[in-house]
Design a protein around this ligand. Structure first.
Ligand SMILES: [Zn+2]
Length: 219
């Protein structure tokens, strides 16, 4: 049997990496989609000391304790990834030590050579503009990006629910997230670049073209 493909998706908030993850999964088949943002949101519901702290951090727009991210995705993968499934890493690694952890883990899983590292590249200005305008569904929680046809949606395309802007999409919180990217994620990007692994995709074009560029690049 052919080894499953794995993807590590990197990009500023608002780059549309979640959308590209969906398209890749539709195109290539069975994946475990690991979204660290979702893992933290579910941790925030835990009746535990950590849950309490994370709840507070998420509400105030802060950033969670870094080593927890590695713990969460490793746990998720350890308990759920089937050998036949691809791994879709969405939103991690976001720090250099985390990238090195992921390297060792992929090595352990014999998946290193079948992994693509995709940077969906948009400028900070573009990210800021998209994030202040994007919306979320009140009912199912789907994020509706501020790109292409999504801008014209009046209700959720998943469940028909009402759309609103997110509490943590305030300019100050957005700037904090974008600062974090410069400080912590850019070194990860550089790390993959130095190893010749980074695939740089122009994210400032229509969704279909971003996806076409990805398919071309990984062929
Ligand atoms: Zn919805």
């Amino acid at each position: 049997m052919e080894k499953p493909l794995n993807f590590v998706l990197i990009g500023r908030s608002g780059s549309g990496k979640g959308t590209q993850a969906e398209l890749l999964m539709k195109h290539f088949g069975d994946f475990l989609h690991v979204i660290t943002g979702d893992l933290f949101r579910s941790l925030a519901k835990a009746d535990s000391h950590v849950g309490e702290i994370i709840r507070k951090i998420l509400q105030e727009g802060g950033l969670p304790y870094d080593d927890l991210a590695t713990t969460l995705w490793m746990h998720e993968i350890a308990f759920n990834l089937k050998s036949s499934q691809g791994l879709m890493a969405d939103g991690f690694p976001r720090r250099l030590p985390e990238a090195k952890n992921l390297d060792r883990f992929l090595e352990f899983l014999s998946r290193k050579e079948n992994t693509f590292y995709l940077l969906i590249d948009i400028s900070r200005e573009e990210a800021f503009s998209r994030l202040t305008k994007r919306r979320i569904c009140k009912k199912c929680g789907k994020l509706i990006p501020w790109v292409g046809v999504f801008r014209e949606l009046k209700v959720c395309d998943n469940c028909g629910g009402e759309l609103m802007t997110r509490a943590d999409d305030k300019p100050e919180a957005i700037n904090n997230r974008l600062d974090y990217y410069e400080k912590s994620v850019v070194p990860v990007v550089e790390y993959y670049k130095e190893q010749g692994k980074l695939i740089n995709i122009n994210g400032e074009q229509p969704i279909e073209n971003v996806f076409k560029d990805i398919l071309k690049a990984i062929k």
